[in-house]
Design a binder for this molecule. Sequence first.
Ligand code: VGL
Ligand code: ZN
Length: 194
Amino acid sequence: MSSSCCGAAGTTKALIIVDMQNDFCPGGSLGVNGGDKIISVINKYIEQFSAKNELVVFTRDWHPANHCSFKEYGGIWPSHCVAETKGAEFHKDIFVPENHVIVSKADTSSKDAYSGFDTTSLDSDLKKLSIGEVWVCGLATDYCVTSTVVDALELGYKVKLLVDAIAAVDVSAGDGEKAIARMVSLGAEVYKLK
Ligand code: VGL
Ligand code: ZN
């Protein structure tokens, strides 16, 4: 028997918090405007999930120092989220509930991974727990949030995109808004706290 207590298989949900790391917050090497302003909202979602003992997933970019996405190694980004450094740590104000898992991604030099599902155990972890719905927030809207949402939809999850708890890099103005439109067109449902 499944250890899930409530409802039919596939109806349990999880909260996925994407890359709320120092380097993606203002002051970090790839700081996203407003990346810190969403923390208090994210904490409300975390409290909501943890009150029902629902799983909270924290993804993190966890790069080696010579990662291929870094400019000095042929990529497009400044060095960021190098494993075991301050920049890769979660922002100190994010509440970490008891029922959580941490999913590290893009942790080898030759491969990047924007999605929390890319080359990780996240899909099997969720399926083992009969989780069929994910609520997604974090950084950045136009990169890792989008990739995570697109993969979740492809893998058959129902997806709620928490639009009051995401922020975009906006390399070009409007990238974040375009990304939201794309996620919605693929089946994500927009949600925000009142
Ligand atoms: C991300 C750029 C490079 C993200 C990660 O978390 O959105 N963006 N690596
Ligand atoms: Zn990265």
